[in-house]
Design a protein around this ligand. Structure first.
Ligand code: PEP
Length: 262
């Protein structure tokens, strides 16, 4: 039994251009027109936020507009960075924080991720906090410690009232963009561990309401078994979100899994 509405995010990363991104947004919007029971969100690159926003608005779509990152300062001499106010100005509703590519390719640490997360949630926008272990950490048997550290440090000084606008994405780094996926049981175990951590810090109610989604090479054929796990509340999708039919199929699978748990 779960009242949590599944979330499905499409993280386009540094892909698409204005034409292909527009086609993709139209394809997803049209494919999801009569699909309910899932909260879809698209995370295009910054330069296409307004283009995608216009497409969603023109079609009266409830798909949420997301940004892939943000900086914690409100304005100033931070060349190349983007503030939360700028994202709001472009109609962004939800922001990814701590994606593994930000952590491991661009060197972001837990403390910076926490500042970003606080900035997003304090501003009233929603956030997706991404956590997950690398292959080396998993091989060494440290996945629980790493995930716990990322969750605890990421959520430092974040009050319980903000959790309603937070999704946590468990994304084992070895599964992102590699074609390898966690088994449904491994995903369930990691999600249950995260929910327990939340329960310890914020209480049972907050833990039961929080959506925890899986990310890592999700495809329409394997997703239903993962989405069916009791503590998995949808997904965060990279590669497969670049194909409208795949993303729509994943959204339908997430909605079906959510209905089955009610
Ligand atoms: C991601 O970028 O969050 C992701 C899960 O990517 P992929 O689906 O390509 O593994």
């Amino acid at each position: 039994m779960s009242d949590r509405k599944p979330f499905l995010g499409g993280n386009w990363k540094m892909n698409t251009n204005r034409t292909t991104g527009s086609d993709l947004a139209r394809g997803v919007t049209d494919g999801l027109i009569s699909v309910d029971g899932v909260e879809p969100a698209l995370f295009p690159p910054f330069p296409y936020l307004l283009t995608v926003r216009a497409i969603l608005r023109d079609r009266g779509s409830s798909i949420r507009l997301g940004a892939q990152d943000v900086y914690f300062q409100p304005d100033g001499a931070f060349t190349g960075e983007v503030s939360v106010a700028m994202l709001r100005d472009c109609g962004t509703q939800v922001v990814l924080v701590g994606h593994s590519e930000r952590r491991h390719v661009l060197g972001e640490k837990d403390e910076l991720i926490n500042r970003k997360l606080r900035t997003v949630l304090e501003s009233g926008l929603d956030a997706v906090l991404c956590v997950g272990e690398t292959l080396d950490e998993r091989t060494a048997g440290h996945q629980d410690i790493i995930t716990a550290r990322q969750v605890k440090t990421g959520l430092a000084d974040i009050p319980a009232s903000y959790l309603e606008r937070l999704v946590i994405a468990y994304e084992p780094v070895w599964a992102i963009g590699t074609g390898k996926t966690a088994t449904p049981q491994d995903a369930q175990d990691a999600h249950a561990q995260i929910r327990q951590l939340i329960e310890r810090s914020y209480g049972k109610d907050s833990a039961q309401r929080l959506r925890i989604v899986y990310g890592g090479s999700l495809k329409p054929d394997i997703a239903p078994d993962i989405f069916a796990q009791p503590d998995v509340d949808g997904g965060l999708v990279g590669g497969a979100s670049l194909n409208a039919a795949d993303f729509v199929a994943l959204a339908k699978a997430a909605a079906a899994a959510g209905r089955a748990k009610r």
